[in-house]
Design a protein around this ligand. Structure first.
Ligand SMILES: [Zn+2]
Length: 284
């Protein structure tokens, strides 16, 4: 049994004004004409339980290979440390990693980023879909990880965070909108969100997109530009305070808002989204 999850509407703005964008291997990508979100469509997605199992197998293989002594895996591990360090530098420069800051990393893997954040003085907690990641994070770095599919598997069972991070995990989520909505509830007043995700606007045209090393449509469900990501943050109650593009990646830092100001240019898709949300609720 399979379930179609990405058929009807854009996950950001709720629009059904969607057209074909690109087909890579057996994966069909579509684009929302209102907010620019590119996403996988008409995919047969395995049910939640099977998805968890398949991801655990994937992570198990990947993570296990990274802690062996083979030179290639040592290089992979070095690459992960380097990527984590780039984010630490970004957050430190933005004064986000002060002593005692509580950080929750969603999709934390074995905890490279959290290990560095802890060294910078933060209190840290990881969330990951893989039980193998949990085990390795504890054994290798003494990092605590809660296991499950975010956001559906979780309720708030811990104190609120000052900073929630998504390091290369946001594009894997089934619903980025639901993830940010829940993350907002897990944040203290005026808490912050950090996201690093591939930047689809890095590719100049569809041919270069086909060859893009970060496309990976077998794992990545959503492809953001700075603009579509900003719209999503706005709609889920965040104000962007810093957004930079580095070598095909977007680094964005946003602050949780009690009241959100929406500019006129963004109102149309937002109104449509709110209308469709109401329609969806009526149908349930
Ligand atoms: Zn949209």
């Amino acid at each position: 049994m399979t379930t179609s999850l990405f058929l009807a509407h854009c996950n950001i703005c709720g629009s059904t004004n969607i057209e074909r964008y690109l087909t890579v291997k057996q994966y069909k990508l579509v684009v929302c004409k209102d907010c620019g979100l590119v996403f996988r469509s008409h995919q047969k997605i395995a049910p939640q339980r099977r998805l968890n199992e398949s991801q655990s197998v994937y992570y198990s293989h990947k993570y296990n290979s990274r802690i062996t002594a083979k030179p290639r895996d040592a290089l992979a591990s070095l690459y992960d440390w380097w990527k984590a360090d780039l984010v630490i530098k970004f957050l430190t420069k933005s004064k986000m990693l002060l002593k005692g800051t509580k950080v929750i990393d969603i999709g934390c893997s074995v905890g490279y980023f959290l290990t560095l954040a802890r060294a910078a003085g933060a209190k840290v907690l990881g969330i990951d879909v893989s039980p193998v990641a949990k085990q390795l994070a504890r054994e290798m770095f003494g990092i605590e990880v809660e296991v499950g599919e975010f956001p559906n598997s979780f309720s708030l069972s811990h104190s609120k965070a000052n900073l929630i991070t998504f390091n290369d995990s946001f594009e894997h989520l089934l619903s980025p909108f639901a993830a940010l909505s829940k993350a907002k509830k897990w944040l203290s007043r005026n808490g912050n969100i950090f996201i690093r995700t591939p930047d689809i606007s890095y590719c100049k045209n569809r041919n270069s997109l086909r060859k893009w090393r970060l496309l990976q449509p077998q794992d990545h469900l959503y492809f953001f530009s700075g603009s579509s990501l900003e719209t999503l943050l706005l709609l889920t109650g965040f104000k962007v305070i810093k957004l930079t593009r580095v070598s095909g990646w977007i680094y964005v830092l946003a602050e949780s808002q009690t009241k959100v100001h929406v500019s006129d240019s963004r109102k149309q898709p937002i109104d449509r989204y709110l209308f469709q949300e109401k329609a969806r609720k009526l149908r349930v």
